[in-house]
Write a protein that binds this ligand. Sequence first.
Ligand SMILES: C[S@@+](CC[C@H](N)C(=O)[O-])C[C@H]1O[C@@H](n2cnc3c(N)ncnc32)[C@H](O)[C@@H]1O
Length: 226
Amino acid sequence: MSHLWSEFLSHQGRPAHKWAHYFPAYECHLARYVNRPCTLLEIGVAHGGSLQLWKRWLGPLARIVGVDIDPACKAAEEHQVEIRIGAQSDAAFLQSLSDEFGAFDVVLDDGSHQQADIAASFAHLYPRMARDGVYLVEDLHTAYWPEFGGGLRAPGSFIETCKALVDELNATWTRGAVPETAFTRETLSVHFYDSLVAFERGATPPRIAPQIPPVDIEALHQRDLP
Ligand SMILES: C[S@@+](CC[C@H](N)C(=O)[O-])C[C@H]1O[C@@H](n2cnc3c(N)ncnc32)[C@H](O)[C@@H]1O
């Protein structure tokens, strides 16, 4: 299987804007979709290079959807790559995407990086994704910057939302302090990287510790071995 990093280095299509240190995280969370049917939504198209990169790496079965507020981005459409124009905070627009494309396997938020926009997209799209989907938010250094609605430990920062979601993931163990939610039941893990957070979806099993039968060591030793 080709590495996304190699694809990026040899990319000669439209310009793509990705930080080098994101690539191990992309590989970690998205490699399972290579050559599998999947629908990937990227919020933020710009020149369209990243959409081409996903198409090349994920292969012929992937359906790549790009969303941007700038109508000029429509020009980046090509085979396997569909682009819709709208604002990432517009619930009606996001619903039209779900209606048209069904449940997304992958959502990648590389849009305005305004904290309120990130939160609005996440609130709408995350519950509507495939049960085993992956949601990535990148460039979260902006969560620390007031001009993007963030700031260190600022209440509106998406990093602060993610910290609270860690408690929601573990709600079962908080003795009622944090109520269990759909997020608790439908999220397997939350991964923090430099400037990037990834949510892995999946129905969590009931929280029980399996009782392993006690092992009779003596009987094991006396067993007739072939
Ligand atoms: C960082 S660029 C995307 C880069 C692209 N994903 C790549 O990797 O090459 C951000 C894009 O988000 C778009 N954008 C800004 N605000 C938006 C909003 N509220 N909704 C949707 N797209 C938005 C901008 O027009 C811009 O094209």
